[in-house]
Design a protein around this ligand. Structure first.
Ligand code: ADP
Ligand code: MG
Length: 247
């Protein structure tokens, strides 16, 4: 069963057609890596799925519910329900600097969902353990390394029990020696079969964890397939050139 269905998605910024005719499907429990040159529309595509960008045409459905159907968006309440199925992790962490790690994790569940405090506290303790940061619960983000900040951001997204996790270049802002610890956490989630879409330049990682790769170029998915198909036997010269360039 497809958990995400995107068809003919179009998006422009002024005169610039950033997403031209994006169509793809993701199955439940799949890990999908999105690769492609800078400026090809990867972030805009991901942001469109969670309604951080308003699209100009096409359809997006998540978990069988239409976020937008042929350019017409669902009502406010449904949009909230559908987007809350997804958690997103950004390149620049976006932690709240004036809140401790634990407070960063607990803020959204407390104020957005109105859950019980003890349940929330229990989950934040568990998730900090999962990302290896139990000892950092009461520190402020400024005291953390980039890799630790990103692991907090992942735990924070998981607090909402998302069905799908979206990652936009989660390691691009990190020093090389810190990328491993973040990729390790994402790999662990992949092993737990959380459905994920990951925009990444880490080709080794994509090859290892992805079930499916989408290659984007100039606002289009020009090629998609298994890691083997894309990396060992790319169909287009453009994909070949990109892969040879980044590897
Ligand atoms: P990628 O993530 O693949 O690098 P983006 O989705 O960030 O690509 O950007 C695709 C194109 O859209 C780029 O040309 C970028 O400059 C442009 N773009 C992205 N966001 C905006 C915006 N808010 N306003 C205008 N142009 C934008
Ligand atoms: Mg981007």
């Amino acid at each position: 069963m497809s958990i995400v269905q995107v068809s003919n998605l179009r998006k422009s910024f002024g005169d610039l057609d950033v997403l031209k005719n994006i169509t793809f499907e993701i199955e439940k429990n799949q890990v999908v890596a999105v690769i492609g040159p800078s400026g090809s529309g990867k972030s805009t595509m991901l942001r469109s799925l969670i309604h951080l960008e308003q699209i100009d045409g096409g359809s997006v459905s998540v978990g069988g519910q239409d976020l937008v159907k042929e350019g017409v968006y669902a009502n406010h309440q449904e949009l909230k329900r559908i987007t809350s199925k997804m958690g997103m992790v950004f390149q620049h962490f976006n932690l709240f600097p004036h809140l401790t790690v634990k407070e960063n994790l607990e803020l959204a569940p407390k104020y957005v969902k109105g859950e019980q405090g003890d349940q929330i506290a229990q989950r934040s303790t568990e998730l900090l353990k999962k990302v290896g940061l139990s000892d950092k619960a009461n520190v402020y983000p400024s005291k953390l390394s980039g890799g630790q900040k990103q692991r907090v951001a992942i735990a924070r997204a998981l607090m909402m029990n998302p069905e799908i996790m979206l990652f936009d270049e989660p390691t691009s802002a990190l020093d090389p020696e810190l990328t491993g610890e973040v990729l390790q956490v994402i790999k662990q989630l992949a092993a737990e079969q959380i459905t994920m879409i990951i925009v990444t330049h880490e080709m080794g990682f994509a090859k290892e964890v992805a079930d499916k790769i989408l290659f984007m170029d100039q606002g289009e998915i020009t090629e998609s397939g298994t890691p083997e198909e894309i990396f060992m036997n790319p169909k287009s010269e453009r994909t070949k050139a990109f892969i040879n360039y980044v590897l």
